[in-house]
Write a protein that binds this ligand. Structure first.
Ligand SMILES: [Zn+2]
Length: 417
């Protein structure tokens, strides 16, 4: 399957490029793709690699390996590291480690220094190093004035996009799950949908007045998705992503009091899940992004209200997309791959990723078997952490080979780098 449709064919790779797509092709080394889909490598706009600062949870090397196993050939490393990626030296170090890893790593830069929400980071200097996505992810830019200044600055930087973690801290602060029936029943302080909706509404207005590119990270509420749909209909340069846990899980999971289900923005209601699916189906949401957020087991074994938010996502995203969106007919396989590959590649300006699978393209490929069933084993994941909410579940569809710039980095489901 590529952007033009499905067909049975061989893909011949020479050096870092696709040399030919056709039948009866032979090369020095052959990877069996029988029964598989050969797609452009997947692209994840939202990954926490935890390096520098939290290498006991993940490193650039282990996170990139998990990405490759998930079929990703490019990922965007979120800047909420310690120190934060608000500085050219930190960004350069992340890029250097990424260049030795199993996938292409684009570093995101912060919007504000130390993600403190005040003074802007040196966005121009970071842009010169290749940064295209600027975000204080993990924290919302609460100040409308700072957000407007960032949007204005980014407008002068080619390809730059400001990405908002839309949760108003004055509404969501102190909450640990979605505010609603379940939080009342469980007695856990909630994070209301309004925390997301109000920031999305405000930032759509700021994007309109500045004309700057704006991206919304991990949309999770029906209200926010409707706001983005309306803004796009008005022609605003806005894009959005959603995470697999927001179209597969609801706040009811928190009834277990298991912090594995704690994430920001939180798991929401059935109606919100339906809205995320509808937004992905009609293109209001441009990308599926994992928000892969590794945490040490000890950190996640604390009581619900003390545990840090976040869950793994890289190795399960493709199967969850196939199982929740493609198999039930919410969207076609082609549209699903658009949200997983060329949609996010376009947002991040990753010209070498997202296909098409044609002669001449850089050979960044994800070869996956859509029919194979597998059980998620938390401890068997390549990620250094094991905080997946899908442990023990049987999923369908898995990467067989991943090819990065012509070099196989996953062969028959095993990492080779
Ligand atoms: Zn976030």
């Amino acid at each position: 399957m590529d952007q033009t449709g499905e067909r049975a064919a061989d893909v011949l790779v020479a050096d870092d490029r696709i040399a030919e797509v056709g039948t009866g092709l032979r090369g020095d080394r052959e990877l069996d793709a029988g029964g598989c889909i050969v797609a452009p490598g997947l692209v994840d706009l939202h990954v926490h690699l935890r390096e520098p600062g939290m290498e006991d949870a993940e490193t650039i090397e282990t996170g990139a390996r998990a990405a490759a196993l998930g079929g990703f050939t490019a990922i965007v490393a979120m800047p909420n590291t310690t120190p934060a990626q608000d500085d050219p030296a930190v960004v350069s170090a992340v890029l250097a480690a990424g260049s030795r890893s199993s996938c292409d790593v684009q570093a995101a830069g912060t919007i504000t220094k130390a993600r403190a929400g005040g003074e802007l980071a040196p966005m121009g200097e970071l842009h010169a190093l290749g940064v295209r996505i600027f975000t204080d992810d993990g924290s919302c830019v609460d100040s409308a004035g700072v957000m407007r200044a960032a949007l204005e600055y980014a407008a002068s930087l080619p390809g730059a996009v400001v990405a908002q973690h839309a949760e108003d801290d004055s509404l969501a602060g102190g909450g640990h799950m979605h505010e609603g029936d379940w939080s009342s029943r469980l007695g856990i302080p909630g994070r209301p949908a309004a925390a997301e909706d109000t920031i999305v509404a405000r930032d759509c207005i700021l994007a309109a007045t500045t004309g700057s590119r704006l991206h919304f990270l991990h949309l999770s509420t029906a209200g926010a998705i409707e706001l983005v749909r309306a803004a796009k209909a008005r022609g605003l340069p806005i894009t959005a992503e959603a995470a697999p846990h927001h179209f597969t899980l609801t706040d009811a999971a928190c009834a277990s009091f298991d912090p594995i289900f704690k994430v920001n923005p939180p798991l929401r209601t059935d109606a919100d899940v339906a809205a995320v699916k509808a937004g992905l189906a009609d293109g209001t949401i441009d990308a599926i992004a994992t928000d892969h957020a590794p945490h040490r087991t000890e950190a996640k074994e604390r009581p619900f209200e003390e545990a840090p938010p976040g869950m793994l996502g890289l190795e399960t995203a493709l199967a969850l997309t196939l199982g929740e969106l493609v198999e039930p007919g919410v969207m076609s396989l082609g549209d699903a791959l658009a949200r997983l590959s060329w949609g996010p590649a376009a947002i991040a300006g990753l010209a070498d990723h997202g296909g098409p699978v044609h002669a001449g393209s850089i050979a960044n490929l994800c070869v996956f078997d859509p029919g194979v069933r597998w059980v998620v084993e938390a401890d068997a994941l390549a990620s250094r952490a094991s905080n997946t909410p899908y442990a023990g579940q049987t999923l369908r569809g898995r990467t067989r080979h991943t090819v990065l710039r012509g070099t196989p980095v996953v062969v028959d489901g095993s990492p080779v780098r």
